[in-house]
Each structure stands twice: as structure tokens, then as C-alpha cells.
Design a protein around this ligand. Structure first.
Ligand SMILES: *Cc1c(COP(=O)(O)O)cnc(C)c1O
Length: 388
């Protein structure tokens, strides 16, 4: 017998009537592609990050944002880019697509963020950049990482897919590095269905991102086909097709307006889980570090079967059988056959990421959850992890 009669979809977004109305307005406007709503969304996002509008560019995914950032850095074959083994595959794939060689540096076993000492240990004369991930929305140790980057003259790219609201010592995540990349995928904190954003320290980098995101053309369609007169475009570089549509931005504008309300909802759920699970034989997330703002993107447990009597995978099966959607963020990158074959990486080479990746579970943490949903999660988790 399952606990619930309706499946609780992991990461289901909270969508309001204003998102729906704005999408309908876009459909009726006749302009569906990249246009005024994308410009409005970019402006709102820049304001949220306290940046100039010319420092942000909306694209169609965080993966595209990562790829474009690395293309703009002009990475060459043989250049090395250091990143974390506990991330979504897109972080590593973008490095490969940009023509560089990814190098992994293990995580800190308590924060799950890339360990600055491990970064130092793998720096070589080929190292050009560091791509860090603020895991689950917890800020990386930016003082240490920026000190390393400055000392070795490295580009820093922040993968902020979990970290739209994150702050470190009063500074917003994404404004430390040369570039930062955000995701508006359906399960993220702000959603557009599919979508992403690049922000850059230097405005000329964003100009190039925008051009590369639309085939390398000098003028985008909105500016070519609007009523200010016909204009030719010229292809200045071999670009990509990574632009965001107004239909997506229509959702994003209202999602961004709710970002703090939704954050408070998730903070509240996170706190309820912390209390409810305090006495279970599992490793809970650390409380957010002093002087930081956690984005509460993921709430994770580490399930050690020696302590719980249930394996992580059996726990996943049981949660799903009880109609509660769960996630794994993430099996460590070296668990995947492609990277083993291509780079010779083995999970054991990054023992902290391996252990976390084999024990971690993400519980539902969406602003859409109602009190009954939260209580169901707490009840099922507690019954599965309380040894008789
Ligand atoms: C979701 C995610 C991505 C990819 O985002 P998309 O918008 O789906 O391309 C990249 N990195 C991390 C850490 C993510 O969680």
C-alpha cells in the first residue's frame, strides 16, 4: 500500500496565473521568438544580480550558457579546465565541446563543493580555467577559490544552475567569476521550461555570447524584422543556435518576480526536514555557513546501508513505491562509462565524490509542495530509515 494516491513529482515547479497569462499574451502577440520579452527578462535578471543589462544574455539552456562561456574564453586543444566530479554531466561536456580537457578536483566531504586544496593539487601549466558548481545552492569557498585563480591567472566560470539566490559574504553568486551560467530547466529554482542565462564581468564578452548564440550573426531577427526598416545581417563567426524564445521569457519574467517568495517556501521545507530527520541514522546537509545565503535547491540525505539497514537504491525504490518522487544528484562523473573510456577516470580516484554519489538522495523541495506533501515525505522517510 502506498502512502499517497497521487505521485508527488520530483521538482514540479510552482506556476502561477501570471505566467500562464503572459504566455498567452506572447502567443497572441504574433512574436514568439527572441524579442521584447527576452529583453525584459534579461533586464529583470540583471537587476536581480545588480548588474548592467549589457552584462547578461538569455539562452536556451545552462548547457548552452556553459558552452558559450568557454568558447568566448578561446580555449585551445590541450588547455585544461578544472571542475568538480559531483555535478551534472553538462558541466563536463561543455568543457569537452569547447575543445579543452576537463580535469577533476575532488569535493569537500562535508559541503559537497569542490575543495580548493584539491584544485591547487591539479593545477598545471596547461590549466586555463576553473568551472565551479555551487552544489545544491551552497556557496563554494569563494575566498579560497578566487585567491587560487588570481595567483595562477585562471578564468573562473560559475555553474550557478542550483544557485540563483546564493550569496557569499554579501556578494551574489555568479558575480565572482568572469562568467556565470544559470539554468531555468523545469526542476530549477526559476524555470522557463528550458532556458539559461550567461552573465559576464565584461560587457564585450556578453556581446560575443549574444552573437555566438545566434549563428554568429551581427543583428538578431527582432532587430532585422521590426518596423525600423530592413537590415542585412552578416555572419562574423561560426556560431550556434542557442537563443531563448519570448514564450520562455514570458514564464521567466513572473518566475523571477516570485523568486524570493519561492525561496522562503523552500527554506521552510528545508528547515522542517532538518528537524524531522535530526535523529535518523543518516547524514543531513550542513546548516548554511555563516554570512552566506543558501539557495535551497536540493535537500539531500546520505544513506549509508551499514547504519540504516537499507541501501540507497532500495530507499529510492521504496520512496517511488510510496508515490514520492526522488532524485540522485549525482552519481560522480567517473561512474559513467564515457568518461572512464575517454579520460581513464575511475570513481576511486575521487573518493569523496564517489562516496557521496553512491549514498546521496534528493527529497522533494519545491515551492509547490503543500503541508500534506511535506508530511507524507517526512513520514515515509522516517519509517524507511528507522530501524526496528
Ligand atoms: C541542470 C544543470 C545543468 C544544465 O542545465 P540545463 O539548463 O538543463 O542545460 C548544468 N549544471 C548543473 C550543475 C545543473 O544542475
Amino acid at each position: 500500500m502506498s502512502k499517497r494516491d497521487k505521485f508527488l513529482v520530483f521538482g514540479a515547479p510552482s506556476i502561477g496565473q501570471s505566467e500562464i497569462d503572459e504566455v498567452v499574451d506572447t502567443l497572441q502577440s504574433g512574436w514568439l521568438g527572441t524579442g521584447p520579452k527576452v529583453a525584459k527578462f534579461e533586464k529583470a535578471f540583471a537587476a536581480y544580480k545588480a548588474l548592467a543589462p549589457a552584462q547578461v544574455a538569455a539562452v536556451n539552456s545552462c548547457t548552452a550558457a556553459l558552452h558559450l562561456s568557454m568558447v568566448v574564453v578561446n580555449l585551445q586543444a590541450g588547455d585544461e579546465v578544472i571542475t568538480t566530479p559531483l555535478t551534472f554531466c553538462a558541466t563536463v561536456n561543455a568543457i569537452i565541446h569547447a575543445g579543452a580537457t576537463p580535469v577533476l578536483a575532488d569535493i569537500d566531504p562535508d559541503t559537497f563543493n569542490i575543495d580548493p586544496d584539491a584544485i591547487e593539487a591539479v593545477i598545471s601549466d596547461k590549466t586555463k580555467a576553473i568551472v565551479l558548481v555551487h552544489f545544491a545552492g551552497r556557496a563554494c569557498d569563494m575566498d579560497a577559490i578566487m585567491a587560487i585563480a588570481n595567483k595562477h591567472n585562471l578564468i573562473v566560470i560559475e555553474d550557478c544552475a542550483h544557485a540563483i539566490e546564493t550569496e557569499y559574504k554579501g556578494v551574489k553568486a555568479g558575480t565572482f567569476g568572469h562568467f556565470a551560467c544559470f539554468s531555468f530547466y523545469v526542476t530549477k529554482n526559476v524555470i522557463t521550461g528550458e532556458g539559461g542565462m550567461v552573465i559576464a564581468k565584461h560587457q564585450q564578452d556578453i556581446s560575443r555570447v549574444k552573437m555566438l548564440a545566434l549563428h554568429g550573426m551581427t543583428k538578431d531577427a527582432w532587430h532585422r524584422f521590426s518596423d525600423t526598416g530592413f537590415k542585412h545581417y552578416y555572419v562574423a563567426e561560426c556560431g550556434f543556435k542557442y537563443n531563448m524564445m519570448d514564450i520562455q521569457a514570458a514564464i521567466g519574467i513572473h518566475q523571477l518576480a516570485s523568486v524570493e517568495d519561492n525561496w522562503k517556501c523552500r527554506q521552510n521545507i528545508w528547515g522542517q526536514y532538518q528537524q524531522a530527520f535530526a535523529n535518523l541514522p543518516v547524514q543531513l546537509p550542513l546548516e548554511p555557513e555563516l554570512n552566506t545565503k543558501h539557495a535551497y535547491h536540493l535537500y539531500t540525505l546520505l544513506i549509508d546501508s551499514d547504519k540504516t539497514g537499507i541501501t540507497r537504491d532500495e530507499f529510492l525504490t521504496q520512496m517511488t513505491a510510496n508515490n514520492i518522487g526522488v532524485g540522485v544528484h549525482y552519481l560522480s562523473i567517473p561512474e559513467h562509462p564515457f568518461y572512464q573510456q575517454k579520460f581513464g577516470w575511475q570513481p576511486e580516484d575521487y573518493p569523496h565524490a564517489m562516496k557521496v554519489g553512491r549514498q546521496i538522495v534528493s527529497l522533494p523541495l519545491s515551492a509547490k509542495l503543500v503541508e500534506n506533501d511535506i508530511n507524507d515525505v517526512i513520514e515515509v522517510v522516517t519509517s524507511l530509515l528507522s530501524r526496528p
